[in-house]
Design a protein around this ligand. Structure first.
Ligand code: NIG
Ligand code: FE
Length: 418
């Protein structure tokens, strides 16, 4: 088994002996070792510690050595909420919004998500795979080592399956750890605009059985929002997914608080995502319900739509487990750059750099059920590493937000070619 060692690491960040999601205050503690080494065997982390104890810890060193003087090493980003499989872009709507139209108005006129739905329906599976593969390579070079990808731009049986098959192919061919989420309930397709019950039955009777048969999804998601899916419709769809073993993740409280949080907690969702708009009742519920899922915040999406960012501090004070993710999609976050997401979390949601790194690594990993294999520097976890350029400190990464601070990215023990 090939092994290699990274030596003289200025700071090795997020070293953990045991892995669990971080709630409330625990988010602010980011364990680290100064002047450290890290040993990789095959695709796994095999050891780490202080340089001063290297000789004592390991009598024989691998010949492949990488001097990391002046550099920081941290686990790769775990981006737990994306719509990376899509076709075409929507920069025209971006210009419409600059001129004053809102995201909801664009949707009500038949644009928005439905615009991408049309394009994805017209694009072949092979083309969709190639477009998505390029985006996956792009985010890997930016330090993402694990990623969740949703369907939801098909909205017909065939095209939802096409999207999920593309995600499956990405899983098979990419070294990244990928989790797949069925989001057939992203919006009502035009053909079912006046027949919501009909579309819900299509999801339940035709899409879900086929998805389960081909094992195409790990999770199920619904966009619970005014003008999209009501809490009652959300519950019906998520329960149907649960019957096939698909744990729920929700888009909720993005534009309005209509009961998505309550529904998600009731069904023990793995994560509640967005949460830009939270009522006092919602906050009490998150504080008191005993729910142990993850609140996934998507700052680049709120920033791009020009809506207030989620109140991360309030959630952390309420004892929640917060993750941050990119929401990479053509309508509300045409960027999968997690470095930017980390910066925005610090600048616009007042997370400390330590909290932001925890939210983007270990908590992100748990938000997609990958907490045992990704998200921290722990023996036996995948060797998914960001090696920075020589920088003064961790805070410099989110602070100098416009620069690329990444020197190299390792996924499963292999450096990506630059
Ligand atoms: O997470 N809010 C719903 N879905 C996506 C946006 C999808 C789109 O506009 O294409 C989101 O923001
Ligand atoms: Fe989303």
């Amino acid at each position: 088994m090939a092994s290699r060692i990274l030596t003289h690491i200025k700071q090795l960040l997020n070293t953990r002996e045991d892995s669990s999601p971080l709630f409330g205050d625990a988010l602010s503690r980011l364990p680290r070792i100064d002047d450290a080494y890290l040993l990789v065997e095959g695709d796994e982390i095999a050891g780490y510690g202080k340089m001063s104890s290297l000789k004592k810890d390991h009598a024989q060193l691998p010949s492949e050595q990488e001097d990391c003087s002046g550099k920081l090493v941290l686990p790769c980003w775990c981006d737990s909420h994306t719509h990376l499989v899509f076709a075409g872009y929507r920069e025209n709507e971006f210009v419409d919004r600059i001129r004053g139209l809102s995201y909801s108005e664009i949707h009500a006129r038949g644009g928005g998500i439905l615009n991408t739905v049309r394009k994805v329906n017209e694009t072949s599976e092979d083309e969709l795979f190639l477009e998505s593969w390029k985006r996956l390579e792009e985010v890997a070079a930016l330090g993402t080592g694990a990623i969740e990808i949703k369907s939801g731009y098909g909205l017909t049986v065939d095209t939802e399956l096409k999207m999920l098959r593309v995600i499956k192919k990405l899983k098979e061919r990419s070294p990244l750890s990928i989790r797949s989420t069925f989001l057939g309930a992203h919006t009502y397709p035009t053909a079912y605009r006046e027949n919501h019950e009909g579309y819900i039955q299509l999801i339940i009777r035709e899409m879900l059985p086929e998805i389960a048969k081909e094992k195409l999804a790990d999770f199920i998601d619904v966009f619970c929002e005014k003008g999209f899916f009501s809490p009652e419709e959300t519950e019906t769809i998520l329960r149907a997914g649960l019957a096939y073993g698909l744990k729920p993740k929700l888009h909720c409280n993005q534009l309005n608080s209509i009961g998505g949080i309550e529904t998600g907690i009731k069904l023990d969702a793995l994560s509640l995502d967005h949460l830009e708009v939270i009522s006092e009742d919602d906050n009490q519920r998150l504080r008191n319900s005993g729910w142990k899922g993850i609140c996934t915040l998507l700052p680049s999406s709120a920033f791009f739509l020009g809506i207030p960012l989620p109140q991360a501090r309030k959630l952390i004070r309420a004892g929640c487990s917060v993750a941050i993710a990119s929401d990479y999609n053509p309508g509300s976050s045409p960027s999968g750059n997690m470095n930017l997401v980390v910066s925005m979390s610090c600048l616009q949601m007042n997370l400390s750099p330590e909290e932001a790194v925890n939210a983007a690594t270990i908590n992100g990993a748990f938000a997609m059920g990958l907490g045992k294999s990704c998200g921290s520097i722990s023996i036996g976890k995948q060797a998914n590493l960001i090696v920075t350029r020589a920088i003064p400190s961790l805070a410099f990464m989110p602070y100098a937000f416009g620069s690329n601070h990444i020197d190299k990215v390792m996924i499963r023990g292999q450096f990506l070619s630059q």
